[in-house]
Write a protein that binds this ligand. Structure first.
Ligand SMILES: [Zn+2]
Length: 351
């Protein structure tokens, strides 16, 4: 069984964004229940409920830890249940939170060599003592064990795979093709229990769906996916910027080439958008765009959402009993949640 906590679901800048006075950000500041504030995108995963791996270290990580009791220190005077941090790209949104984790507690940083190089060449990350905080390279397309801070196996493996994307904005080289982006700059993550039990995908940035990615996620129990924009030109239309989603390396939720269409026939049991920009109307609980994505079987991630993916052994019991194996966020308690729970359990049984 894997337990997953959504620590935040917003794109860079969070929601509301510090300098944004758009209608949605104003509603979030006013405490509107259909415009729920969100930290930047990150999830934490655990197999035993005691040791956790954080996927992407958002600048909000300190608050994310404070708001999630599972991540609070336990036992001794100093320490943390966080055994490791997996970094899927070099964006500020994915690496800045590492700076919150100084102060001498051991854990591991996992990343592709391209991202490890970013950490090496920015000396501020030396605040993480390399003896206490080893940096472990993640090869593409090969499952490797996630290790606890003391070097023992966590019982989970991680496999990363290149996804189309763009190198972090501050690393762009206008003179080079694709601004100097290379495979490994942006990766998707597949975390599995070692005994072949529960698994899920986390793809927090993706420029377009490829046949390879579609094949990987087909039939998955759970996929978190990049939900930056609803429409490619929404930031331009809103007067928020001059870049399209495509220029920023993100596919949109809507449209023929969009994420909702791309997943239509992939038979994924539970699909959750994360990394949602504050310009995206689907962030708003009362928007037609939100209704449209929910009708297509998608959910919008929100901090505090907890999802449990059961392993094969318990799946049948969960399905028959119909009790909670995947609990939804605090957003809404409805029959839809129960259905989502059962569909995951049934899929696990089938496999
Ligand atoms: Zn805004």
């Amino acid at each position: 069984m894997l337990r997953i906590l959504v620590l935040g679901a917003a794109a860079g800048g969070g929601f509301p964004q510090w300098n944004c006075n758009c209608g949605a950000c104003r509603r979030a500041r006013a405490g509107d229940s259909d415009a729920v504030s969100s930290h930047q995108a990150s999830v934490a995963v655990s197999r035993d409920g005691e040791h956790w791996f954080v996927l992407n270290a958002a600048p909000d990580l300190r608050q994310q830890i404070n708001e999630n009791p599972a991540l609070h220190p336990k036992g001794g005077l100093r320490g943390s249940p966080i055994a490791g941090v997996v970094v899927t790209n070099g964006d500020v949104d994915a690496v800045a939170g590492l700076l919150n984790l100084r102060e001498g507690t051991p854990f591991s940083v996992y990343a592709h060599e391209r991202v490890l190089r970013v950490l090496r060449t920015n000396s501020i990350f030396n605040v993480l003592d390399r003896d206490l905080v080893p940096r472990r390279e993640l090869p593409l397309d090969r499952a490797v064990p996630l290790m606890l801070a003391d070097g023992t196996p966590s019982g989970m493996t991680i496999e990363t795979f290149a996804v189309p994307g763009k190198v972090a904005l501050y690393l762009e080289d206008p003179a080079k093709k694709g601004f100097g982006s290379e495979p490994g700059d942006t990766v998707g993550v597949h975390i599995r229990e070692e005994d072949g039990g529960a698994s899920f995908f986390f793809i927090s940035s993706c420029a377009h769906m490829t046949p390879e990615i579609a094949e990987r996620v087909k039939g998955a129990s759970l996929v978190f996916f990049d939900g930056t924009l609803w429409a490619d030109d929404e930031m331009i239309k809103a007067g928020m910027g001059s870049k399209t989603g495509a220029r920023m390396g993100h596919m949109s939720m809507s449209g023929e080439a969009g994420t909702i269409a791309a997943f239509r026939d992939l038979d994924v049991a539970r699909k959750v958008f994360v990394h949602i920009n504050n310009s995206n109307p689907a962030l708003l609980g009362d928007s037609p765009e939100r209704r449209e994505l929910e009708a297509a079987g998608w959910e919008v991630g929100v901090a505090g959402m907890e999802i449990t993916v059961p392993d094969t052994g318990t799946a049948r019991a969960s399905a028959m009993g119909g009790h909670a194996s995947a609990t939804g966020g605090h957003a809404r308690a409805s029959g839809g949640r129960a259905e989502a729970r059962i569909s995951i359990a049934v899929r696990q049984t089938r496999r």
